[in-house]
Design a protein around this ligand. Structure first.
Ligand code: NAD
Length: 521
C-alpha cells in the first residue's frame, strides 16, 4: 500500500497490508487481553486514558504534521478539529466515564420486596472500522470509549489514512496500554471484511462492530453481522441542510454557511452542503457567500496560511464532476467556482443555485467535497419539507435570531442533531451524542449514549434482603383461590377508584384463602 500526500503526490511510506490469515490469531490474543483489562475497575481504566492524553500532548506538533501530510487538511484543522476534541474527549470521559458505567437502579412499582438494577458489562472484542476524513479524531474517540468500557479493540483505519491509524496504535503502546488490548490491522475493505466475518466459521470474532463510513458499505456490514447476530453501530453519511430564516444576520449566516460547507474542503459527513435560504434574502446571501469564498486561500497545507487543502481522494473527483454537470444541464446557476485546478488537486469552492431541486443529485446524494447547493424557501413549513427530503438524517442547522421559532423548526427535522446558529462542530463535543437517523446510521458516538454503545446491559434482580426470600404467588401448583386473587387484582387496574375499592376486599379474601391453603399463613 502506497501512502501519498494528496497535495504533492509525494510518497510518504509503503505499507504491507495485514495478511488476512493472521486475523483469527489477533482475535485470540485480543480476547485474552480483554479479560484482564475488564477485571480492572472503570476508574483504573480511566487513569490509563489520562496517560494517553499526556502522550498525545507530547506528540502534538508531529501529529499535526502527519495528519496534514496524509490527509491534506490545513494544519489549524488538524489541531482544532482532530487533536483538541480528542484531548477534550479524554478529559471528559476520564472523569465522567466511571459514573456512566456504574450500576443503575431500576425502582420497581409492585415488587417492593425485590430490587432491580442495570449492570453494564463490556462486549469483549470490538472491531472499529474508520474512514479517512477525520483520520485521528474518529477512530481515536471510538477506541478510547471502547477501552474505557472494558473491551479490547481490533482497529482498521481507512486504507487512505493508515499512517495516522498506526500512529494511534504507537501512542497507546507508548502510554503503557497492555499488550494486544488494541491491535491495528492495515488494508482495504477486504481486510475489514475479514475482521468482521472472523467469527462466522465458529472461530473467535468481534462481539461488537463500530463502523464509520458510507451507506453502501454500512449495508454490507449489517448483512455480514447478521450471520453471527453481532451488534453493530453505524455512523454513515449525510446530506445536511442549513436553513436560513429571513431575520438572520447576513454576515453571521454567510460565515456559518461557508465554514459549514467548506471546512475540510467539504469532506465532512456533517457538511452543510444544502442551504435553504428564505426567498427575501437569498440574493444577498448567495452574493456574500461567493465574496467570502473568493478570499479563502486554497493551497497545499505545508504552511500555516491556507484555508482549504486539496481533495484527499482521487475517486471523489468523478462524483463532483457528475453532480456539477447534472446541475448545469438542469439549468442551475454556478454562483462561483466550478473548476478544477490544472493539476486537478483542487476543486474551487463551488456554489450553485437552483429551484429545480427534485431528484438533483447535488441535493439528494452525498457530495463530500467543496460544493454548496443553494435553494430558496417561502415559509418555515416549506423549509422543513425541503430539508427532510431524502434518505439522509445526520444533522441540520438553522440560522435565526428567533430562537423559539428555531426550536420549533428543529423539532420537525428528521436528523440526529440540529444546531441553532451553529454548524458541524458538535461532533467535537464529548458531552453530546453524535449519530444519524434514517440511512445516516444507527447508534451514537460520544456522550453517555456513545459510551453505552460499548457495553452490554445485564439486568440483575434480587430480594431486598434475605428476609424476603419466599415462594412467588404465581408458582405451581395452581388453585381456584389463586386464580380469583389474580382476577380481582386485575380489576385494581380499572380507571375509576370506586371500581378499585370494590375489587380490593375480594382480592384480599381470595389471597388469604390461597395463602392459608398453602400453609403460608
Ligand atoms: P468507507 O465506507 O469506504 O470505509 C470506511 C472503513 O470501512 C474503511 O476502513 C474501509 O476499509 C472499511 N470498509 C469498507 N467496506 C467494508 C466492508 N465491506 N467490510 C469491512 N470493512 C469495510 O468510507 P470512507 O470513504 O472511508 O469515508 C467516507 C464516508 O464516511 C462518507 O460517507 C462519510 O459521510 C462517512 N462518515 C460518517 C461519519 C459519521 O460520523 N456519521 C463520520 C465520518 C465519515
Amino acid at each position: 500500500m502506497i501512502c501519498k500526500n494528496p497535495a504533492t503526490g509525494e510518497i510518504l511510506r509503503e505499507l504491507d497490508p495485514t495478511p488476512v490469515e493472521l486475523i483469527p490469531e489477533l482475535f485470540v490474543r485480543s480476547r485474552k487481553a480483554q479479560i484482564l483489562w475488564a477485571a480492572l475497575p472503570p476508574k483504573k481504566r480511566a487513569e490509563r486514558l489520562k496517560q494517553i492524553r499526556e502522550t498525545l500532548l507530547n506528540h502534538t506538533d508531529e501529529l499535526i504534521e502527519l495528519i496534514t501530510q496524509e490527509n491534506g487538511k490545513p494544519r489549524l484543522e488538524a489541531l482544532s478539529s482532530e487533536l483538541l476534541p480528542s484531548l477534550e474527549l479524554l478529559t471528559y470521559f476520564a472523569k465522567k466515564g466511571p459514573g456512566i458505567l456504574r450500576d443503575t437502579p431500576l425502582p420497581l412499582r409492585l415488587m417492593k420486596h425485590r430490587k432491580s438494577y442495570l449492570n453494564h458489562f463490556p462486549y469483549g472484542v470490538v472491531a472499529i472500522l474508520s474512514p479517512w476524513n477525520y483520520p485521528f479524531l474518529l477512530p481515536f474517540s471510538d477506541i478510547m470509549l471502547a477501552l474505557l468500557a472494558g473491551n479490547s479493540v481490533i482497529f482498521k483505519p481507512s486504507e487512505r489514512a493508515p499512517l495516522v491509524g498506526l500512529r494511534i496504535q504507537e501512542l497507546c503502546d507508548e502510554s503503557g496500554l497492555p499488550q494486544n488490548l488494541l491491535q491495528t490491522v492495515i488494508g482495504d475493505d477486504s481486510v475489514g471484511a475479514a475482521v468482521i466475518t472472523a467469527g462466522a466459521s465458529g472461530a473467535s470474532g468481534p462481539d461488537k462492530i463500530f463502523f464509520t463510513g458510507n451507506i453502501e458499505n454500512g449495508k454490507k456490514i449489517l448483512r455480514a453481522a447478521a450471520e453471527t447476530v453481532t451488534p453493530v453501530s453505524l455512523e454513515l453519511g449525510g446530506k445536511n441542510a442549513i436553513i436560513v430564516l429571513p431575520d438572520a444576520d447576513i454576515e453571521y449566516a454567510t460565515s456559518a454557511i461557508v465554514w459549514g460547507a467548506f471546512t475540510n474542503s467539504g469532506q465532512v459527513c456533517a457538511a452543510t452542503s444544502r442551504a435553504f435560504v428564505h426567498e427575501k434574502i437569498i440574493d444577498a446571501v448567495a452574493a456574500r457567500v461567493a465574496e467570502k469564498l473568493s478570499s479563502l486561500r486554497q493551497a497545499p497545507s505545508s504552511q500555516y496560511d491556507n484555508d482549504l487543502g486539496p481533495i484527499t481522494l482521487e475517486s471523489q473527483k468523478a462524483i463532483y464532476s457528475k453532480q456539477l454537470d447534472e446541475a448545469r444541464n438542469r439549468g442551475a446557476t454556478i454562483v462561483c467556482g466550478g473548476n478544477f485546478s490544472q493539476d486537478r488537486v483542487f476543486l474551487e469552492p463551488t456554489v450553485l443555485r437552483t429551484q429545480d431541486t427534485a431528484g438533483l443529485s447535488v441535493f439528494t446524494d452525498e457530495t463530500f467535497g467543496p460544493i454548496l447547493a443553494i435553494s430558496a424557501f417561502k415559509s418555515p413549513a416549506d423549509a422543513v419539507e425541503q430539508a427532510n427530503r431524502g434518505h439522509y438524517g445526520l444533522t441540520a442547522s438553522i440560522i435565526t435570531k428567533n430562537l423559539s421559532l428555531g426550536e420549533e423548526i428543529a423539532k420537525q427535522l428528521h436528523v440526529g442533531t440540529v444546531m441553532l446558529n451553529e454548524v458541524v462542530y458538535t461532533a467535537g463535543l464529548p458531552e453530546v451524542p453524535w449519530g444519524g437517523v434514517k440511512r445516516s446510521g444507527m447508534g451514537r458516538a460520544h456522550s453517555e449514549c456513545g459510551l453505552l454503545e460499548f457495553v452490554n446491559l445485564r439486568h440483575i434482580h434480587k430480594p431486598r434482603s434475605r428476609l424476603f426470600i419466599f415462594k412467588s404467588l404465581w408458582w405451581f401448583p395452581y388453585t381456584p383461590h389463586q386464580f380469583m386473587a389474580f382476577r380481582k387484582f386485575a380489576d385494581l387496574y380499572r380507571n375509576h377508584w370506586t371500581d378499585k375499592i370494590r375489587a380490593f376486599p375480594h382480592f384480599l379474601i381470595h389471597l388469604v384463602h390461597f395463602l392459608k391453603r398453602e400453609k403460608r399463613l
